[in-house]
Design a protein around this ligand. Structure first.
Ligand SMILES: Nc1ncnc2c1ncn2[C@@H]1O[C@H](COP(=O)(O)OP(=O)(O)OP(=O)(O)O)[C@@H](O)[C@H]1O
Length: 550
């Protein structure tokens, strides 16, 4: 998706409400600070005049120095207030944007996440969000005060000596041209830097997930090489960026220094010719020095605009992605009995081959149906379609006669309990994991669910029982123990429809037989779809349906 840069910021304000009042006040404070800054060269000129010809003004040196002190304290007081005020506004904006992005991230369908690299999303939530608020607080808000200082200093110089001031003003356009050229060189580098940054973090993320496999295949040296190559790419671009940025500071300093020297020479000649007073020259030079601050600031603006443009494009592209259907107006699926019907359903994953074509299935309410078939036949896909993780390309799915495409996702998903093939657990306690889908469940209810899932015995044998922290994805548990927790978590929500996708594939035979015995009672009154490759679990089923691979 392409966005015109001029529209980027306006489009972003749909998602981010800048604290306009705070920003306006910040501009006012910064303007006041600029005005105070502009008074200092004038004071220096007055002081010089007193030193050179004590009767030249009505002011005494003591008065002037007192005034200078007051200005100094005021300006730095204002400096502190504005920095803190603007800084807080920036942090608030970053937090607000991050939260909006996170909300969107959750609202996007699983199919989106299955096609995207996690590192790219992490870079958007971390770096890009900060670039945007940094641009508002460090660039936009500072722009007007910088222009005031620039304009004010030029004006004061014009009043003091039009000739010297004209020379200073003539030097400004070539200076800005140079900045533009440097900024243009920085733009592709900063884009490439962001890409390299997200590549590196995508790689680290993947690496951590793959670590057990990496170790068992002893692929550490190869992985280190890959890491070093990604790291070297990031380093190379960081250094390129650093080179230009490091050159920029001294180049600006050199140029402004040369300009100042030129002004000094011209002013000095005028003082010698009796056309300018020495005290005026002091003020003039100090105004010229004052000019250099906004010049440096404005030099950065170009680079910041380029960087922010890239961040804004990525954020807008991300926020422009279609979330799961907005079902705020959709009807809620009433409490169901559990009669499920697939009618002529066709489905394929984006860019993939058809998985289901003209698929029909009818499951009676309260029936336990075993769905079997070869790997890749589409059994888990049937479960995903029922949960509306994806919608069918053709045909319809209904529960109790209600077409699922017409109901709200929440009312549908809370009535189906899915124990998925891949167990996903939190790095939290056993009790937290079992209670994840039912936050208000009592300890007793949690234990009852664990007993039904045949998990209670192993949990009580853990060092802290139900309070044992299980590690990332439950690394401190065995595969079968993880499955038992996942099953207990779903049983606790007590849904009228239950889909068990290889839910007991890792149970030991005794555990499984016990579960099957317990289950007869647990499954009573529920519609159950049992996806399995294990003969032993088929005894639970009222009917077996084989799904053929297309
Ligand atoms: N997210 C996805 N994106 C693209 N293709 C997918 C995706 N998930 C599954 N598939 C493909 O869809 C087909 C059906 O997959 P599915 O997981 O439903 O099979 P299954 O019958 O559950 O297999 P298994 O018995 O191995 O669990 C497979 O060919 C698979 O490659």
């Amino acid at each position: 998706m392409n966005h015109r840069p001029a529209n980027n910021f306006r489009s972003l304000t749909r998602y981010l409400t800048p604290p306009w009042r705070v920003l306006l006040w910040s501009v006012v404070l910064l303007l006041a600070s600029s005005l105070l800054m502009l008074a200092q060269p004038w004071l220096a000129g007055q002081l010089t005049a007193i030193m050179l010809t004590p009767d030249a003004t009505n002011w005494s040196a003591g008065h002037l120095m007192m005034l200078w002190l007051v200005l100094l304290v005021l300006r730095n007081g204002l400096g502190f207030a504005t920095q803190y005020y603007i800084g807080s506004a920036g942090e608030n904006m970053t937090a607000q944007l991050r939260s909006r992005l996170f909300q969107h991230l959750q609202a996007l369908p699983l199919s989106y996440h299955q096609q995207r690299r996690r590192g790219d999303l992490l870079a958007i939530l971390s770096n890009d969000a900060e670039y945007i608020s940094g641009f508002v607080t460090d660039t936009l808000v500072q722009l007007l005060p910088m222009l005031l200082t620039l304009g004010g200093a030029c004006l004061m110089m014009l009043v003091l000596d039009p000739l010297v001031a004209s020379l200073a003003i003539i030097l400004l356009p070539p200076y800005f041209l140079l900045m533009k050229i440097v900024g243009r060189r920085l733009r592709p580098i900063s884009r490439a830097w962001i890409d390299a940054y997200s590549n590196l973090f995508t790689y680290i993320d993947e690496h951590l997930a793959m670590l057990p496999a990496i170790k068992s295949f002893t692929r550490e040296p190869t992985e280190l090489d890959r890491f070093q190559s990604e790291n070297a790419q990031l380093l190379r671009l960081s250094k390129k960026q650093l080179l230009i940025e490091s050159l920029l500071g001294p180049a600006v300093s050199l140029m402004t220094g040369l300009g100042l020297l030129l002004l000094l020479w011209l002013g000095y000649s005028q003082v010698n010719a009796g056309e300018l007073e020495a005290a005026q020259l002091v003020s003039l030079l100090l105004y010229a020095v004052l000019l250099t601050t906004p010049l440096r600031g404005l030099a950065d603006v170009y680079g910041q605009v380029q960087r922010t443009r890239g961040a804004a494009e990525r954020i807008l592209d991300f926020l422009g992605e279609q979330p799961e259907p907005d079902d705020s107006g959709a009807q809620d699926l009433p409490a169901v009995r559990g009669e499920i019907r697939f009618t002529d359903v066709g489905f394929q994953y984006p860019g993939g081959k058809p998985v289901l074509r003209g698929f029909n299935l009818h499951v009676e309410a309260g029936e336990t149906l075993a769905l079997i078939g070869a790997n890749g036949a589409g059994k888990s896909t049937v479960a995903h379609l029922m949960m509306r993780m994806a919608d069918p390309d053709s045909g319809a799915i209904s529960i109790d006669g209600v077409d699922l495409s017409t109901v709200s996702l929440k009312s549908l998903r809370t009535q189906i309990g899915l124990v998925a093939q891949h167990t996903l657990l939190l790095n939290a306690t056993v009790a937290d994991n079992i209670g994840y889908g039912s936050p208000v469940a009592s300890q007793q209810a949690i234990e009852a669910a664990a007993i039904k899932a045949n998990a209670h015995n192993f949990i009580t044998a853990l060092p802290q029982g139900y309070d044992t922290v299980i590690g990332d994805q439950g690394v401190r548990l065995s595969g079968g123990q993880r499955q038992r927790l996942a099953l207990a978590r779903t049983l606790l929500t007590d849904p009228p429809i239950l889909i068990l996708d290889e839910a007991t594939s890792m149970y030991d035979p005794e555990g499984e037989s016990e579960f099957i015995r317990e289950c007869t009672e647990v499954l009573q009154g529920k519609t159950v779809i049992l996806i399995t490759h294990r003969e032993s679990t088929l005894v639970l089923a009222d009917r077996v349906v084989r799904l053929e691979k297309l």
